[in-house]
Each structure stands twice: as C-alpha cells, then as structure tokens.
Ligand binder design. Structure first.
Ligand SMILES: CC(=O)[C@@H](O)[C@H](O)COP(=O)(O)O
Ligand SMILES: NCC(=O)COP(=O)(O)O
Length: 251
C-alpha cells in the first residue's frame, strides 16, 4: 500500500458563516473537533490580517484543541511582523506562509519567495527556531521552489487554484499542463529536501490527479468540504474526500 497523503481540513469557512451574523454560531473550533472525529489528519486555519473569518481567540482555542487531540494545527498567515508575533506566541505545530491582499476574495496566487526572500527568510527562521514546521504556499515553478529551499522552510504547498479554475472552465489541456508542472515541481522540491503539500480549490472531482503525485504528502482542503457539508454533513464530506484520495493513490 502506497503512503496516503495526510488530509488537512481547513475550517475557515465555518467562521465565514458565523461571521455573516456575528455571534458564536457555528463555532469553527467545534467544527475542527468534528473534523478530527471524522478522521482529519490536521486542521488548517488562516488568520487573515482583516480577520474576515478566523479570529485571534479562535486560533488560541484551536491550538488548545489540536494539542489535546495530538493533531497538528497548521496556521496560515501573511509574512508580517504582527502575524509573526501572534504565531510565535501561539506555537502551532505547522505554519504556512501565504500571500495576502486585502481586496482579494481568496488567496489568488502563490507567495513570491524569490522577490521577497529578504523579508520571508528571517520569518521562516524565527518560526522554525520557535518550534513550528514552516511551509511556503507557492506556485509550482523552479524559481520559487529554489527560493523556498534557501529559507528555513521545510515544506512547500503548491497552489492548486489555477488548476481547479482550468477544469471549471472546461480547459482540460490547461489543467493537464498544470498537472505536468506539479509533477516536475514535486520531484524537484523533494530532491531539494522539501516536503510537498498541495491545496486550494480542491474538490471530489479534481483531487485525484493531485493525490496520485508520489511526492504529495498532504492535501489541505477547506472551502469545498465545508460547502459540501451543508448537503451531506461534515463527517460524510471528509469520509468521501478520503475515499477519493485513497482510491486515486491505490490506482
Ligand atoms: C491560503 C488558502 O488557500 C486558504 O487560506 C483558503 O483559501 C481559505 O482562506 P481564503 O478563502 O480566505 O483564502
Ligand atoms: N492552503 C489551502 C487550504 O487550506 C484550503 O483551500 P480551499 O480548499 O479552502 O480553497
């Protein structure tokens, strides 16, 4: 049996629903607990600078929950001094540094580690020295992978959003080209000693082609699972995602 990629469940959009009305319901930390019970290998949460979904106190409660359940919390954050201070205090097992623009609807591209090396490298080092495993959310290009390898990050997560969009648009040739780039990039990252993760925009229909990439060690999936939970429940959505990934890897 080939090793299965870990499934990190991103619970941000439980908080999006809560925040639509203010108040406390639905509680993303209760969602994280349900996801863990349903078999999530990790919980991912993005503390955005504008706090549009997760709040600071959610992150504190999530860290307590994940520690008590012996499950890694993967905190997504921008490379800013404020976020660095929060992350150093929180000490999550994993941290993924992502690009952020306030006006964007979601994380639209990868982090430009090549241009931002002088800003990003010391942040990766400080977080690593503080005990967190650092990942960089990048596009699958050689220049970004080599730049990531020259930081203290131990992991890269390839942004799969454009691949997902290509399939949504019915452009199979473009989607296939992304898959080829992911395969080549995963191999290079692995050769350079970086663990390889994938995430953004993944669904039951598009995840298999990613899950079969041998270097893929973790998938981080949120928006689709939380959306699908409205119809089938969170446990069933996670179970089905795991089934699709397991079947793809076994094929
Ligand atoms: C970085 C990333 O891909 C995730 O954080 C995810 O997309 C959920 O957050 P947003 O939808 O706010 O980008
Ligand atoms: N890093 C990607 C992630 O955590 C989940 O992205 P999405 O499935 O919410 O698009």
């Amino acid at each position: 049996m080939k090793t299965l990629p870990r499934l990190g469940v991103n619970i941000d959009h439980i908080a999006t629903i809560r925040n639509a009305r203010g108040g406390e319901h639905p509680d993303p930390v209760a969602g994280a607990y349900a996801a863990i019970q349903a078999g999530a290998d990790g919980i991912t949460a993005h503390l955005r600078e504008d706090r549009r979904h997760m709040r600071d106190e959610d992150m504190t409660r999530l860290q307590m929950l994940c520690e008590s359940q012996n499950i890694p919390l993967n905190m997504e954050m921008a490379a800013t001094p404020d976020m660095l201070a929060i992350a150093l205090n929180l000490k999550p097992k994993a941290i993924c540094i992502v690009p952020e623009r306030r006006e964007e609807r979601t994380t639209e591209g990868g982090l430009d580690v090549a241009s931002g090396h002088n800003q990003i490298e010391p942040i990766t080092r400080a977080l690593k020295e503080n005990g967190s495993r650092v990942s960089l959310f990048i596009e699958a290009t050689e220049v970004q992978i080599r730049a990531a390898a020259s930081t203290a990050a131990e992991v890269v997560e390839f942004h799969t959003g454009a691949y997902a969009h290509a399939l949504d648009d019915g452009d199979q040739a473009k989607a296939d080209a992304y898959i080829e780039a992911f395969k080549k990039s995963a191999k290079l990252a692995d050769e350079l000693g970086l663990e390889v993760h994938f995430g953004h925009g993944l669904t039951f229909d598009n995840v298999a082609a990613i899950a079969v990439i041998p270097e893929c060690m973790e998938l981080n999936i949120g928006h689709f699972i939380i959306g699908e939970a409205v119809f089938m429940g969170l446990e069933a959505a996670i179970t089905e995602m795991r089934r699709v990934v397991t079947d793809a890897r076994a094929s």
